[in-house]
Design a protein around this ligand. Structure first.
Ligand code: NAD
Ligand code: UD2
Length: 316
């Protein structure tokens, strides 16, 4: 086992979580997943269920977290992930996205565990592009506010740690996509929704006419970034962008997906969704310098892999 790491992955049964868990198990780490299965699925973990050192705990991360064996590292992914849902119900978002982080910090202090936290591009709001970590964040949704507040709590916990040396890294994910991203909720990621609809011959909706741009990053690249942050030099509460560094409009994305799937689905326009940022693109120099990470999977290749997965699920 890699230096005796025992990694707790909250939200490990979810989309990004299950890819991260597979990568950790593959290199021999001991892994505990804590997930309430609110949006995650146990079968996302089918490939690792019987691996040595793997444990699944069905629990709510907003409650105090107690494990039989303390972790050496924590990847905190459990969250309410929809910007739109956070606007409709900010109090639930506060609980799931901020209270849960405070539970993780309490455990990290007790266990002396390094924390890698899933933050988001949503903390930037509509600021200058590309978004650099030194910019003043201006989140435009409760989701972005609570992700940013979580980052501040992690940094403060690291600075004020009486024992010294609490390590925490916030990774600001841009738009992550890939296999296992559920298309079933209206708040699901745009790529999984478009692929499912294109394959079913249903119309693709372009909110705000599809002029918004996003920096899409493949889930396998994101899992590698998480592992790099777990293994990298000690960092007391620093934030780093995780994106591809490019910008693709939602309309271009829709047209690419129709071509890849050879779909005859129509594109229809609808008003922009409230609270959403228009343009988003990461400056990825910091993570390249600090952790030697950069995205490797081009959008076309990632879309092909995701389309194959969506088609498999639809045909299963
Ligand atoms: P997901 O919904 O697939 O994963 C979230 C997981 O957390 C699910 O398995 C869910 O069951 C679990 N969960 C939710 N609340 C919980 C709670 N209170 N206790 C225990 N488990 C709980 O979403 P994802 O896309 O894999 O997102 C993972 C993380 O990455 C989230 O923190 C999200 O905010 C962040 N993020 C995602 C994206 C993206 O593009 N997908 C972008 C930026 C940030
Ligand atoms: C994603 C993450 C969110 C947050 C943010 C960071 C998801 C589900 N959410 O939010 O957690 O961290 O990134 O910036 O991954 N759109 C359409 N038609 C559709 C669906 C979406 O036009 O059917 C548009 C939508 O209006 C937006 C873009 O596509 O302009 C991306 O939407 P999204 O929901 O995939 O992701 P986003 O950026 O709101």
């Amino acid at each position: 086992m890699d230096g005796g790491k025992h990694v707790l992955v909250t939200g490990g049964a979810g989309f990004i979580g299950s890819h991260t868990v597979e990568a950790l198990v593959a290199r021999g780490d001991r892994v505990t997943v804590l997930d309430d299965l609110s949006t995650g699925r146990r079968d996302n973990l089918a490939a690792v269920e019987s691996a040595p050192g793997f444990t699944f705990v069905c629990a709510d991360a907003t409650e105090p977290i107690a494990l039989a064996t303390p972790p050496t590292h924590i990847v905190h992914l459990a969250a309410q992930v929809s910007v739109t849902a956070s606007l409709a119900d900010p109090l639930t978002d506060l609980k799931k996205n901020l209270v849960a982080t405070l539970r993780v910090i309490a455990l990290a202090k007790e266990a002396r565990a390094r924390v890698v936290f899933a933050s988001s591009a949503a903390i930037y709001g509509d600021g200058p592009l590309p978004s650099h970590e030194s910019l003043t964040p201006r989140p435009a949704s409760p989701y972005g506010i609570h992700k940013l507040a979580s980052e501040h709590h992690l940094r403060a916990a690291a600075l004020n740690d009486p024992a010294g040396g609490l390590e925490a890294v916030a990774l600001r994910f841009f738009n992550v996509y890939g296999p296992r991203q559920s298309p079933s909720s209206p708040y699901a990621g745009v790529i999984s929704i478009f692929l499912a609809r294109a394959l079913a011959g249903e119309a693709l909706t372009l909110f705000g006419g599809g002029v918004a741009t996003r920096d899409f990053v493949y889930v396998g690249d994101v899992a590698r970034a998480i592992l790099a942050a777990l293994d990298g030099p000690a960092i007391a509460g620093e934030a780093m962008n995780v994106g591809g560094g490019g910008a693709t409009s939602v309309r271009t994305l829709a047209e690419t997906i129709l071509a890849i799937t050879r779909s005859t689905s129509v594109l229809r326009e609808a008003p922009a969704r409230a609270g959403e940022i228009v343009d988003s693109r990461a400056d990825v120099t910091r993570i390249a310098e600090r952790l030697g990470w950069r995205a490797e999977v081009p959008l076309a290749a990632g879309l092909e892999a995701t389309a194959a997965w969506v088609a498999g699920v639809a045909g299963a």
